[in-house]
Write a protein that binds this ligand. Structure first.
Ligand code: BES
Ligand code: MN
Ligand code: ZN
Length: 504
């Protein structure tokens, strides 16, 4: 794992393999960003011209390596672009810093020590650079048996002034926790379903809980049967790997507010008897991304000591077709007693979430957020970079969206139109799990809403698009699991802790 530290050593004498400096698009060409002074001085004022000659413009995503000049201890200089130049007082936007640090860490994979001499005038900027660096350094190497050139940078150093040191160390500590937990979520998503199934996922949560404090309770298939969790059991009954419901709770002695996070944890979604076609089924190990995000967010809340109670509920099952699988037309008796006719076994996420929402609601949290790779429809609507946010409470929805905006996650409000609700009426049961196809993401949200206790603010995050990145890496986003929603959940918990009682 990549180590992260601050250093008050002058940039010219830092014992690093590479010094990273920032460039930006100025009105008359590329400019160097604050932090680059020592490197610029060693180039005798010729650095900007040299970068121009090399084609540098300062655009986001640019990364150009130069041999370091005499006077700089490191051997390499890496210039990364931050986009439009900030005016002197404003400083650089946190997301631009995260992305530039991510590009730097990714470009330097395989290196030993990399110093990030980026514009970090404030603790917030240090936090952004540290997080972007840690997230960009991520690589999923668990299944490589050959020496891997893509091994993450071993150490990232953020140069800081002596008087800013304490704040910078604090910022780096926070980002270290968040970055590690977010990378844990990515690991869980990237892990193939032959190794990550409900039981091994639950075991991993137990181990992490022991290490970092939150209490973990695993409700196994026997306990699920004893408790009449018909949704989770119904989805899991076709698999040789039995389902689990995991409760992971961070409690703070002075907390006055409690949040419940509920995650969809389908470790593999074949579609079940309503089988998915080739092209749609090989990507479905990602279908536990919501549970991974919830698990990571609760662990981060615990490690950061947030003054709020946060309980995570991970609804874990494998959706498989077999002789014991749930059939289209079967009726499930859900936790809490309501009945659902399963018209399409591929609409399984809402079935496991329904049980978990009802169970989470029994503890009377002040608000509930569920996170799920729930519908292909949400990907058609919002694409792969934004997640949709649906809610029974506009003010709470706006708080979730604000939290996402502050941490650099892309989210968008989606409605729950009453007109679509009748399509979920069943001919035989209280509800059907499949309704109108048009607006399928909203129909799924309407289904979930039925299982939220009346009066509890609730938000549903459909992360089907951004949970997994199939294209080339960019910024601090790798290929594969992205850790989507972890930062939004942690920020929401932190804001709740800071704001006392007022949840919505
Ligand atoms: N896990 C899928 C949704 C999904 C698709 C997530 C692609 C990530 C990428 C979900 O269980 C599913 O199959 N949803 C169906 C619902 C339909 C049958 C009502 C869908 O969206 O097609
Ligand atoms: Mn499905
Ligand atoms: Zn699914």
């Amino acid at each position: 794992m990549t180590a992260l530290t601050v250093s008050t050593i002058h940039v010219a004498s830092l014992p690093a393999d590479c010094i990273v400096i920032g460039t930006a698009k100025g009105p008359k060409g590329p400019v160097l960003t604050p932090g680059a002074e020592a490197v610029a001085a060693a180039f005798d004022g010729g650095l900007t011209d040299l970068l121009c000659a090399l084609g540098v413009t300062g655009a986001e995503g640019e990364a150009v390596k130069l041999p370091a000049p005499a006077g700089i201890k490191a051997r390499l200089v890496l210039a990364v672009g931050l986009g439009d130049a900030a005016d002197e007082n404003d400083g650089y936007d946190a997301e631009a810093l995260r992305r530039a640090a991510g590009v730097a860490a990714r470009t330097m994979s395989g290196a030993g020590t990399v110093a990030l001499a980026l514009p970090v005038g404030t603790a917030e900027a240090v936090e952004a650079v540290a997080l972007g660096g840690l997230l960009g350094a991520y690589a999923f190497t668990a299944y490589r048996t050959t020496p891997d050139a893509a091994a993450p940078v071993r150490k990232l150093v953020i140069p800081t002034s002596r008087h800013g040191r304490a704040d910078a160390e604090d910022a780096v500590r926070r980002s270290g926790v968040l970055g590690q937990e977010l990378n844990r979520a990515r690991d869980l998503v990237n892990m193939p379903a032959n190794d990550l199934h409900p039981e091994s996922f639950a075991d991993a949560v137990v181990t992490a809980g022991r290490e970092y404090g939150p209490a973990v309770e695993v409700i196994d298939e026997k306990a699920l049967a004893a408790g009449s969790f018909g949704g989770i059991l119904g989805v899991g009954q076709g698999s040789a790997r039995p389902p689990r419901l995991v409760r992971i709770a961070h409690t703070h002695p002075e907390a006055t507010v409690s949040l419940a996070f509920v995650g969809k944890g389908i470790t593999y979604d074949s579609g079940g008897i309503s089988l998915k076609p080739v092209g749609a089924n090989e990507i479905m190990k990602r279908d536990m991304s919501g549970a991974a995000a919830v698990c990571a967010a609760v662990l981060a809340a615990a490690r950061l000591g947030l003054r709020v109670n946060v309980t995570g509920w991970l609804a874990l099952a494998e959706n498989m077709p077999s002789g014991s699988a749930v059939r289209p037309g079967d009726v499930l008796r859900m936790y809490g007693g309501r009945t659902v006719e399963v018209l399409n076994t591929d609409a399984e996420g809402r079935l496991v979430l329904a049980d978990a929402l009802v169970r989470a609601g029994e503890e009377r949290p002040d608000a509930i957020v569920d996170v799920a790779t729930l519908t292909a429809a949400m990907r058609f609507g919002l694409g792969n970079h934004l997640f949709g946010v649906m809610s029974n409470d506009d003010a709470f929805r706006d708080r979730v969206l604000a939290a996402a905006g502050l941490v650099g996650e892309r989210a968008w409000p989606m409605p729950l139109p009453a007109e679509l609700r009748p399509s979920l009426n069943s001919r035989v049961a209280d509800l059907a799990n499949y309704g109108e196809r048009m607006g399928g993401g909203l129909v799924a949200g309407l289904f979930l809403r039925e299982f939220v206790p009346a009066g509890t603010p609730w938000a549903h995050l459909d992360i089907a698009g951004p949970a997994f990145h199939e294209g080339a890496p960019y910024g601090y986003t790798p290929q594969g699991g992205t850790g989507c929603a972890v930062r939004t959940l942690v920020r929401l918990a932190a804001d709740t802790a800071a704001g006392g009682h007022d949840v919505s």
